[in-house]
Design a protein around this ligand. Structure first.
Ligand SMILES: O=C(O)CCC(=O)C(=O)O
Length: 280
C-alpha cells in the first residue's frame, strides 16, 4: 500500500473461535406455537475480534490557517530563521483605492510575458510590467530594466517605505484580468534578491486568495500533502509584507478561480542587489 493517505490501517481480524464452539441442541417448539425450524438451528461460531495497535500513526492533512486580520504573524521557525508576515488592511484608504486602481489599469504598459517551464514555452496567465534599474529573470525569461517609474508607483513605494522602514528599488506589477489568470507555486528567491528578501505586496481591485504552503522536510521527498498551509484573502488596499526566511521556507501562489472575478492589480515591491549576487 504505497498511498500514504491510506497508511493508517486498523490491524485486526476475526480471530475465529477462542474455544471450540459448542453445538447447540435444537430447542423445543416455543410454547407460543410459533413454527419450528427444520429441526436444525444454525450454529454461529463464537468468534472474537482481536484488536492490534496500528503500526503507523494516522496523518491528517492540516486545514489551512486563514489570516484575515491585521497584525504580525511568525508563521514558522527553522534553521533558516523566522518566517514572518505583516498584514495592513486598508493601507490605502477606501476613498483612494478606486481611482488608483483605474489609473494603474489604464497607464501601466502591461505586457504578456512568455516563460519556459518543464513542458516548454508558455504564456504566463496574467499581464506584468517590471520597474527597476536592472533586468529581472524568472521562469527562464527576462524582463528588461525599466527605470521610468510611473509617478503614482513612486508615491506608493515611498509611502510603504515610511510605514515599514524598507527602501525598495524594484517593482513587479501584475494584472489578473479575470478568474482564470493566476500565478503558480513559487518562492521569490532569485539570487539578485539577496538572502531573506523582503517583499511588499499591495493589492487593488478584486479580492483574490493568496495561498502559502510550507516547504516539506527532506524525508518527504518533495511531497507537499501534509504541509502547513495559509490562505490570505488580499482585498483592495491591503499591504502584505513577507520577511525573514519566508522565501526559503514557504511557497506562494494565486490560484485560478471558477466563478466570475473582476480585474485585480498586485504590486510586489522588492530590493535587487545585482552586483553582489549574495547577501548584501
Ligand atoms: O499577486 C499576488 O498577490 C502575488 C504575486 C506573486 O507572487 C509574484 O508575482 O511573485
Amino acid at each position: 500500500m504505497d498511498d500514504k493517505r491510506r497508511r493508517a490501517r486498523v490491524q485486526g481480524a476475526w480471530a475465529g473461535p477462542a474455544k471450540a464452539a459448542p453445538h447447540t441442541a435444537p430447542r423445543p417448539a416455543a410454547a407460543s406455537g410459533k413454527p419450528q425450524g427444520w429441526g436444525h438451528e444454525r450454529v454461529i461460531p463464537d468468534k472474537q475480534f482481536v484488536y492490534k495497535e496500528p503500526t503507523e500513526v494516522s496523518r491528517r492533512i492540516p486545514d489551512p490557517q486563514i489570516i484575515d486580520k491585521p497584525g504580525t504573524y511568525e508563521i514558522s521557525t527553522s534553521t533558516s530563521g523566522v518566517s514572518r508576515l505583516r498584514i495592513f488592511p486598508s493601507f490605502i484608504e477606501p476613498r483612494e483605492v478606486e481611482w488608483m486602481f483605474e489609473q494603474l489599469h489604464r497607464e501601466i504598459p502591461w505586457r504578456q510575458k512568455s516563460n519556459v517551464g518543464p513542458d516548454g514555452p508558455y504564456q504566463e496567465p496574467r499581464l506584468t510590467c517590471w520597474y527597476g534599474e536592472v533586468p529581472y529573470t524568472y521562469s527562464r525569461s527576462t524582463m528588461q530594466a525599466n527605470p521610468h517609474w510611473h509617478p503614482l508607483l513612486t508615491m506608493l513605494k515611498d509611502r510603504i517605505g515610511e510605514v515599514t522602514g524598507y527602501n525598495f528599488n524594484s517593482l513587479l506589477c501584475n494584472l489578473y484580468r479575470h478568474d482564470k489568470d493566476s500565478i503558480d507555486w513559487h518562492s521569490d528567491d532569485e539570487p539578485d534578491l539577496g538572502r531573506d528578501p523582503v517583499i511588499a505586496s499591495l493589492s487593488f481591485g478584486e479580492t483574490r486568495v493568496f495561498q502559502m504552503r510550507k516547504k516539506p522536510p527532506q524525508e518527504e521527498q518533495g511531497d507537499y500533502t501534509y504541509v502547513e498551509r495559509i490562505h490570505i484573502p488580499l482585498d483592495r488596499g491591503t499591504l502584505l509584507i513577507m520577511e525573514g526566511a519566508t522565501q526559503s521556507d514557504w511557497q506562494h501562489r494565486v490560484p485560478k478561480e471558477y466563478h466570475d472575478r473582476q480585474p485585480r492589480i498586485n504590486l510586489t515591491f522588492r530590493t535587487m542587489f545585482p552586483e553582489t549576487k549574495a547577501q548584501p
